[in-house]
Design a protein around this ligand. Sequence first.
Ligand SMILES: [Zn+2]
Length: 300
Amino acid sequence: MSGRTYRVTGITLKGIPLGESDRVVTILTREQGLVRAVAKGSRKPSSKWGGRLEPFVINDLLLVRGRWSAQADASQRLQRIVQAETLQSFPRLGRSLAHLTAAQYLAEVALLLALPDQAQEELFVLLVEHLQRIEQAPTQEAVLPLLVHGLYHLLAVGGVAPSLQACCSCGWELADEVFFCPNLGGLICEPCQRAQQPNSLARLSSAVLQALGSLPNPTLPPLADRTLPLTAWLGAERLLRQILEQHAEREIRSARLLAGCYPTAGAAVVFPTVNEQGSPLAPTFSEGNSKRIGGRLKKL
Ligand SMILES: [Zn+2]
């Protein structure tokens, strides 16, 4: 093996066409974080790669580093895949739109949070674990809590999960009345919400608070014991998504598909996205299927 050749374990997160028959694959690896590599000939019908470089397939990979200038940033450092031996795949993620959407959502979040040129063991292990759980969910309804759970854990590893115990403004312990403040990017207490523009706040319902409160645990309660409505999980998802989108300064595009997976429940989740004059609140993010409403405090 030459000095430019190395071996990693990685999960494919996305692929884009390159030229007539190649593909650039983005892979989250344990050892080197995000890697972008060319798979030569992978779009030919008789490609030697088969389905090995499709999204959500974990491979033992042999890569060769390209030659790039010292000024090239990570996005320009393309590598080449020499060998790929599949260790694990998740064929049952395709069994429903909700399963696939949840997997794509977590992959998109991992892409945002992962860094190149450094080990990403924790992020890799968490992503794989949550994909396994989503794959095993028996119904579309069972997928949503698992997606929100995985989302929170990825945000926690990325250092951007909101504090669920302390007000992000004053640091005091949160009590029964809890508000989400998009401008501060976190949860605030009742006294602190009075200092904020009321139409930029969302008061969290007890169901959303319960959903959020369960997220730091390593596992969720067994399916039979989950009593929260889907709207509570959608509210928690919306809140975590806004925090991430604010942090990343971009939209999580996979989240748009959630409305198609949970149309009835989604219609019940309201979120303040415009003020009383009908102008968008700052900062604005994906509005998804939220209702355009004015007024004062809204329940998530
Ligand atoms: Zn406070």
